[in-house]
Design a protein around this ligand. Sequence first.
Ligand code: ATP
Length: 233
Amino acid sequence: MLTLENVYTHYGKIEALHGISLEVNQGEIVSLIGANGAGKTTLLMTVCGDPRASEGRITFMGQDITETPTSDIMRGGIAIVPEGRRVFSGLTVMENLQMGAFFSDKSDFVRTLEYVYDLFPRLRERHSQRAGTMSGGEQQMLAIGRALMSHPKMLFLDEPSLGLAPIIINQIFEIIGKLREEGMTIFLVEQNANQALRLADRGYVLENGKVVLQDTGANLLVNEDVRKAYLGG
Ligand code: ATP
């Protein structure tokens, strides 16, 4: 569904990605793990066209999107839940969800809203609360809900567990698993390698802008190098 072939990304003269090749197939959860600064966010954002790949090819659902404007990539079926959630803190829960549906068919709005509220009953309870006054976990649910409002074909999640309490992290990962059961294709970027690999069909390990390992989630979980570097031995 998504393919990267030998993708390089530069920030000015700094080369952040050095020839990345990977794929995400329909219906899979693929996890990308790596330390701080490995280039995980850069990789996600490069697929979204900002920053743009300086070399290589990115295809999504059979179309070359390497040069496609970001807004068209988003309209074409990729939704991103950014690192740090970035909900509109002055807007209510409902207004945030409306923003997520901005480019979508308006006739579908109520049905999609109900779908998101069923997935996250807490958001229904808090529909008129300002997003900025919600807890971190609630804001993460809202960020995911907002992304789903655009009916994406593929969901990118950038560090959804960052800064959340373990019990909330479990809830978020449960929801991600549920989305996959419903057929969503998910590309998950995480420093929480343990949870991310448990959930993943396949995973990639990124080090210094390069893929150094790829395998099934189950195999990566028991891989010696992965255990030492990312799972605390
Ligand atoms: P983290 O988990 O800390 O967000 P990451 O794996 O997502 O890390 P990136 O944020 O993609 O890593 O950063 C990869 C490299 O690119 C780092 O060396 C970083 O300093 C650099 N970088 C990221 N964004 C920019 C930018 N806007 N301008 C210049 N360099 C950048």
